[in-house]
Ligand binder design. Sequence first.
Ligand code: SAH
Length: 314
Amino acid sequence: MSVTDNATKVYLVGAGPGNPCLLSKKAERCIQQADVILYDQLVHPFILQLSRLDAEWVHVGKTPYTKYMRQERINELLVEKAQQYRYVVRLKGGDPAVFGRVAEEVDTLRAHGINFEIVPGITAASAAISQLGRGLTERQVSTNITFTTGHFKDNVENEIDITTLENGGTLAIYMGVKRLPLLMDEIMTKVGIDYPVAVIFNATRPNQHIIGGTVTTIADKIAQLPERPGPGVTIVGEVVRDVEAIKPETNVAPEMVLLTGDRTRCIDVAYDIFEQGGAALIDDRATSALHPSQHDILTAWLEKFNFTSERTIE
Ligand code: SAH
């Protein structure tokens, strides 16, 4: 028997690759209407600021001090919040259906008789390839695509599926940057073809960084980076040929603007800044209606970010 009533609904929402301009209209509406938002690390802070001032924000992702919140705990929290509120949003990076563990959350909601809806988002591989002006599939070049992961439960050494490559397709590897040397060795041993490879970090975000190479060269190029630039997706196959020649320039000093003022007015300005390749955050802590969770989370972010400029919106 369920303790939630029929009007309660949990929306499992894909936030896309991080750039707020790539949220779907539906995702934006869900965020605006939510009573509570449970969000992952990958979701850009500004995206949460599209919410109501009185919405509760709950971080269920990784922080520098804690490991990932266990999936079981997230499932429990989803049920608890659905018992407390009517409009619950579970906000995830990319598309909830691609390495987003959405099925486990849906199973929990079903078991508790809680209404739910999945809102798809733009997945990292789609975002990444858009930046290269290519397609994940291409006539007479690549007719199929596999989304795979370089990260396995309990670090069991599963093998990546290379049948795609053997059939002339595209392989997109999520969560695999750390294990890249191993994965590339595996491809070389099994297929023995030095395919083109691109690693796209922070796709569509101001700090996007793209590295092109081949199966035998890419791991060294990544190892030479001064620091790991954030989440990266690896694409293997002919569709990423000549990446160093075609990739867009890296924005070496992206703008990061701190906006103060009324949230609704600041949002329009922030969207313009994102559209121009920068990023923004709104400090509206002076607003009395702000939910305490928003106040605390915002305070932590403001300490973490280095802002290049500040603007007050009248
Ligand atoms: N559901 C997400 C994937 C979650 S797994 C989606 O559909 O995109 C997390 C992995 O996604 C990261 O390790 C990275 O490989 C990839 N990823 C997510 N956002 C990314 C981004 N903006 N740029 C590059 N890779 C990204």
